[in-house]
Design a protein around this ligand. Structure first.
Ligand code: FAD
Ligand code: NAP
Length: 311
């Protein structure tokens, strides 16, 4: 058996938080090792226009922005390893991590594992994943050309996905469980103005309808949340856009978390309750969850880790 690969500083995650931490740590000569995880580039790889990345006045495509992050991290000699960590021992000295492809040890660890799409949790969902049910319009939208579609959710992601899907679909019905929307006004207004989008409020998807392997999804059964009445709606595809949950399961029982599983850090810092273990980006932020805030806390984590290692 080969011995674990050792790094002074190991960074978990290749989203805006992880790559920014890498840039700062590498410039501080910490020779960081960054483990990408399966979702290399993180959440922005699943989106198109990013219009609020500062200093990119014309906007930028999510995957292009993440390629730039990666290039920047590589320029300052970050070692980037494609692996996904399955278990950790945070009490071990050095900290021990086991991935699909190898084992790693480190003196300090930055957790930047971000968040993943949530699903509705209804039984028919499992059945229709990849058969007309998706959580990523950017990835799968083009496969649904010409079909009427449903998007579930009332946040920015749902607005963005619905708007994007009108490139392929003659009619997109956005289904939201309440009257009020969580989405920002600008995104909601854009969806409202789009003649191909219909907003259906006070409704939840009770069941996804269809047959396997073909034709896949053919409709949804909607339940009105006010009177529990149900009705069926024909659609050729369903996109679930109901938010994300933090990728923190690896650390359950090891680090303090809030009720939703976001890792708690000390106020004004990225330090967790274990010395030498830092958390940044969406995995530790249930409030802002933006690329720029993830990058900002990635910078903080690198500076916090540098100070820890210096002592
Ligand atoms: P993420 O981007 O989630 O990256 C997490 C990383 O951790 C991934 O690389 C993953 O592979 C890795 N990882 C996870 N588990 C493990 C493990 N066990 N081992 C190793 N690695 C692991 N924000 C904006 O500011 N503007 C936008 O326009 C915008 N658009 C968005 C559109 C969509 C569709 C979505 C879903 C989000 C959008 N956001 C936007 C939010 C933004 O993407 C996130 O705030 C940001 O990506 C968070 O960065 P992060 O680095 O914390 O985590
Ligand atoms: P979100 O803001 O948490 O919104 C999730 C939506 O899904 C809410 O409307 C919620 O309803 C609904 N929902 C949750 N669980 C549900 C369920 N089981 N059944 C039905 N509906 C359910 O998540 P998000 O839209 O993914 O956005 C996450 C973050 O990324 C936000 O900070 C957002 O600003 C950011 N983002 C930004 C952009 C951009 O700036 N261009 C684009 C996308 C995302 P309730 O409202 O009733 O809770």
């Amino acid at each position: 058996m080969t011995s674990p690969k050792h790094a002074r500083l190991l960074i978990l995650g290749s989203g805006p938080a992880g790559y920014t931490a890498a840039v700062y740590a590498a410039r501080a000569n910490l020779k960081p090792v960054l483990i990408t995880g399966i979702a290399q580039g993180g959440q922005l790889m699943t989106t198109t226009d990013v219009d609020n990345w500062p200093a990119d006045a014309d906007g930028i495509q999510g995957p292009e922005l993440m390629m730039r992050f990666q290039k920047h991290a590589e320029r300052f000699a970050t070692e980037i390893i494609f692996d996904h960590i399955q278990s950790v021992d945070l009490e071990a000295k050095p900290i021990l991590l086991t991935g699909d492809n190898g084992m790693y040890t480190c003196d300090a660890l930055i957790i930047a594992t971000g968040a993943s799409a949530k699903w509705l949790g209804i039984p028919s969902e499992e059945k229709f994943k990849n058969f007309g049910l998706s959580a990523c319009a950017t990835c799968d939208g083009a496969l649904f050309k010409g079909r009427d579609l449903a998007v579930v959710g009332g946040g920015d992601t749902a607005m963005e996905e619905a708007t994007f899907l009108t490139r392929f679909s003659p009619k997109v019905t956005l289904i939201h469980r309440r009257e009020e929307f969580r989405a920002s006004k600008i995104m909601l207004d854009r969806a409202r103005r789009n003649p191909r989008i219909e907003l259906v409020t006070n409704a939840v998807v009770d069941e996804i309808l269809g047959a396997l392997p073909r034709p896949g999804v053919t409709g949804v059964r909607l339940r009105d949340t006010r009177d529990n009445s149900t009705r069926e709606m024909a659609v050729g595809g369903v996109f679930v856009a109901i938010g994300h949950e933090p990728n923190s399961k690896l650390f359950t029982g090891l680090l303090d978390m809030d009720a939703a599983g976001y890792i708690k850090t000390l106020p004004g810092s990225t330090a967790t309750k274990i010395p030498g273990v830092f958390a940044c980006g969406d995995v530790a932020d249930h409030v802002y969850r933006q690329a720029v805030t993830a990058a900002g806390t990635g910078c903080m984590a690198a500076i916090d880790a540098e100070r820890f290692l210096a002592h």
